[in-house]
Design a protein around this ligand. Structure first.
Ligand code: C2O
Ligand code: CU
Length: 482
């Protein structure tokens, strides 16, 4: 694989796209053995979007938010031709997928940026079933609306449900005359906590009514608020005053694939008059856990099963620690459309986080001692908007060395008053002492979590906070195979 234009990247890291000859050989063998190929195209381009009232100028895949749903079966080869019709460079990262390193989509680490007006083809074998998503790994482009869901079906296990809904959550800052790049610049200049978006772009929405949920209930689990106050929260690209309607029949069992594509917002999710049974976390099966509500951090995915009642019900995504919510409506029968500010009682009952779940037997990491331990101390503050790992921002961080075949423990300690959803590329980890398999996990203010992973996918893999603003302000480092 040749990667052009590397001289332009000022990264100190040695090998860009360091996928070994062994990986190339394995791919050729699979292809020779009749592997199925799924082909798709993505065009990243400027777009005018109707969010269900507010109209915004932004960047999107194929002119829609979310972008196209991509779907394959585990073991397939996925080929995605990406056309960059943006005025700037871009990239596509396959979030959560343990793919070959040179297809991971991190400019300066695994590939050269895709120049404006040019094309790049991602081509890889899809290893594991599950719910994933894709987005640029370039600046804060994700927050423009460049994202889409990627579902990988399990050939061995069709699943026991009647219907499937994909539900994507987002916080929407763009289209207000201020872009995510402007927001990042303002934060760095000391915009401060809860930077007020100044009522821009409210477009007649009744902001006051959105505040009726009660701050105490909202911020109980994660403590701190987010950095940015957003004018809109979206479910499947729609504001709550014109929600997406999900239709079904009473008694049906529905698998909901929930994805949090927001850049700065964790959501508390509940469906009025229903309980949710969590079955998968970040694509991997968990012991089924039934709850009233769950918290989903940026970059996390949960699959839940619900048995539908008869009527019209609010599926609410309440912005944790902030004021506002996203909404979809589940309709199986008669009944008025729930209000935009519907606050089902389930939001305030039992609430689960990823670390409350246990792995299904098939998702357990084998028992084994650690070969290598790395400490990752998360630091920084809103004051100077410099977010760090071990006191360093990404540009200055020395890569964390691992060896193929090792069991690696990452000891994360959050020394800040903010939660950080930490994400590791190319691997899934088990949360030590809990066992749940994930690739993104919320670390609460002042909390410590140990994450164990098998170093079984050679290359250079970034690990970072999935608050995109924190990652851009430095909270990122690299796992580097040697
Ligand atoms: Cu979804 Cu490195 O991120
Ligand atoms: Cu963070």
């Amino acid at each position: 694989v040749t990667v052009g234009g590397l001289a332009a990247c000022s990264t100190p890291r040695a090998a860009i796209g360091a996928t070994s000859e062994a990986v190339h050989r394995a791919e050729r063998a699979r292809q020779a053995a009749g592997q199925r190929t799924v082909t798709a195209r993505l065009a990243a381009r400027p777009a005018t979007l109707d969010l269900g009232g507010p109209t915004v100028q932004t960047w999107a895949y194929g002119g829609a938010v979310p972008g196209p749903l991509l779907r394959a079966t585990a073991g397939d080869r996925l080929k995605v031709i990406v056309d960059n019709a943006l005025p700037v460079t871009t990239s596509v990262h396959w979030h959560g997928v343990a793919l070959r390193n040179d297809m991971d989509g991190v400019p300066g680490v695994t590939q050269a940026p895709i120049a404006a007006g040019s094309r790049f083809t991602y081509d890889f074998t899809v290893p594991d079933p599950g719910t994933y998503f894709y987005h640029p790994h370039t600046g804060v482009q994700l927050d423009r609306g460049l994202y889409g869901v990627f579902v990988v079906d399990d050939p061995a296990e069709p699943g026991d449900y009647d219907a499937e809904w994909v539900v994507v959550l987002d916080d929407w800052v763009d289209g207000t005359g201020r872009t995510p790049d402007d927001v990042l610049a303002a934060l760095r200049q000391g915009g401060g906590a809860g930077m007020d978006m100044g009522g821009m772009g409210m477009d007649g929405m009744d902001h006051g009514s959105m505040g009726s949920m009660g701050e105490g209930m909202q911020s109980a689990l994660l403590g701190g608020a987010g950095d940015v106050v957003y004018p809109h929260y979206l479910v499947n690209g729609r504001v709550p005053t014109a929600p997406t309607i999900l239709t079904g029949k009473p008694g049906q069992r529905v698998r909901i694939r929930l994805v949090n594509a927001a850049s700065d917002t964790a959501f508390r999710v509940a469906l009025g008059e229903h309980r949710l049974t969590l079955t998968h976390s970040d694509g991997f099966p968990v012991l089924p856990s039934t709850t009233d509500a769950l918290i989903i951090g940026m970059g996390e995915r949960y699959d839940v099963l619900v048995t539908l009642g008869d009527g019209a019900f609010p599926l609410v995504a309440s912005a944790e620690g902030k004021t506002g919510q996203g909404l979809a409506v589940v309709r199986t029968g008669a009944g008025a459309v729930p209000a935009a500010n519907a606050a089902p009682a389930e939001l305030g009952k039992t609430v689960l986080l990823g670390t409350d779940l246990r792995p299904a037997a098939s998702a357990e990491l084998t028992r084994k001692g650690n070969d290598t331990t790395h400490d990752l101390v998360l630091g920084g503050s809103m004051a100077d908007y410099r977010w760090t790992i071990n006191g360093k921002t990404f540009e200055d961080a020395a890569p964390l060395a691992v060896r193929q075949g090792e069991r690696v423990r990452l000891r994360l300690r959050n020394m800040t008053m903010m939660f950080h959803p930490m994400h590791v590329h190319g691997h899934t980890f088990a949360v030590a002492g809990i066992g749940v398999r994930k690739d993104t996990v919320i670390i609460r203010p002042m909390q410590s979590l140990d994450l164990d992973l098998d170093a079984d996918n050679p290359g250079q893999w970034v690990t970072h906070c999935h608050n995109i603003y924190h990652a851009e302000a430095g909270m990122m480092t690299t796992l580097s195979y040697r």
